[in-house]
Design a protein around this ligand. Structure first.
Ligand SMILES: [Zn+2]
Ligand SMILES: [Zn+2]
Length: 349
């Protein structure tokens, strides 16, 4: 079927376009024509700047991109459900399929040496075609765009999981710390799940103004020494019943915990780094429950695309920049600046 360009991330903040053969789907596999392939904060943190990852985050010089969405153009033998022409989001990790976590649909947590994530250990979405396991395909509803789908593949899926895990409901005010693409996703989904008040905090001015423009938050604050006081001021001195850290920074996590009301719940989804807490006043005496939450399950991803349609929501709203594959270097440079919304590589518009 000829060749195709694909993006490799050699480290040192560089992007390389190489020529690859178009893959042939084997048993249980499908060939997906890429339509949208967005860039995740993890690509920047653990691959683009330098190859930091170990284990599940070890980048093995494959085609990058773990947020792929496209259309099935060829089926390998033995496929059981999907058809040529189906529009699909890829759950971005192929697990062993038989361990406890895989059987629950949490292939992200599979510890088998057979586990491989698109864009990390096996070729990902930054190429014209992706060779995918049928078992990782999630049918994209007609009402959602390919860009909507790409955003579900990691960021929106991750937020949906975390907000479900802390059982966010209409009785909760929500504090979102870190207003990058994941923070924007948390607000969009938080509102749909019923949160009547959503407060966002962010260091970068560009991201604060984007959050304002999108109208996803009731209050947008600068993350600084005064932020906690302002969160309390906005919540009768009590803090928010639910909070989520999407910043991945020590200061951000502390703010999320301190801004959580007594008996509240706080989820950490921002990756990397550490946090230092004064345990008695911040956690124990406030009776707080802290959740670590990593990506989502296949089942919850299917639930999410169905609900996005019902809610009339389009994750695509959080995309500020689109690039063709040949401009992937510029796309990564921009995503690395940390001032924009979501950056997405799009194919044949
Ligand atoms: Zn990701
Ligand atoms: Zn497994």
């Amino acid at each position: 079927m000829g060749g195709m360009p694909g993006v490799i991330l050699p480290g040192n903040s560089t992007v390389e376009l190489r020529e690859f053969p178009v893959p042939e789907p084997g048993h249980g596999q499908v060939l997906v024509r890429m339509k949208a392939s967005s860039i995740c904060g993890s690509d920047i943190r653990a691959i683009y700047r330098e190859h930091l990852g170990h284990g599940p985050e070890a980048y093995q010089n494959v085609i990058a991109g773990h947020e792929p969405c496209g259309q099935i153009v060829r089926l390998g033998p033995g496929c059981k459900r999907f058809r040529e022409g189906d529009r699909v989001v890829l759950y971005h990790i192929a697990g062993c399929g038989v361990c406890e976590d895989c059987r629950h649909g949490y292939m992200i947590s599979c510890r088998s040496p057979l586990r491989a994530a698109y864009g990390w250990q096996r070729d990902g979405g930054h190429a014209d075609y992706l060779l995918a396991e049928e078992s990782t395909c999630v049918l994209l509803p007609e009402d959602l765009s390919y860009v909507d789908g790409a955003l579900v593949a990691c960021g929106f899926g991750t937020c949906y999981e975390a907000l479900s895990r802390i059982r966010l409901s209409g009785t909760d005010r929500l504090l979102v710390v870190g207003l990058g693409p994941v923070g924007l996703a948390a607000a969009m989904l938080g509102r749909a799940l019923g949160a009547p008040m959503i407060i966002g905090t962010e260091v970068a001015a560009g991201r604060r103004s984007l959050a304002q423009e999108l109208g996803l938050f009731d209050v947008v604050l600068e993350s600084n020494d005064a932020a906690l006081g302002r969160v309390l001021d906005a919540t009768d001195g009590r803090g928010c019943e639910a909070s989520i850290d999407c910043s991945g920074s020590a200061a951000g996590r502390l703010l999320a915990l301190q801004g959580t009301r007594d008996w509240g719940r706080c989820a950490f989804v921002g990756e990397g780094g550490t946090v230092s807490v004064d345990v008695s006043p911040v956690l124990i005496h406030k009776q707080i429950t802290v959740y670590g939450s990593w990506v989502t399950s296949l089942k919850h991803m299917e639930d999410l695309v169905e609900r996005l349609v019902r809610w009339g929501l389009h994750p695509e709203r959080t995309v500020t920049h689109r690039f063709p594959l040949c401009d992937a270097a510029e796309a990564y440079r921009l995503a690395d600046e940390g001032e924009s919304g979501k950056v997405c590589i799009v194919f044949d518009p």
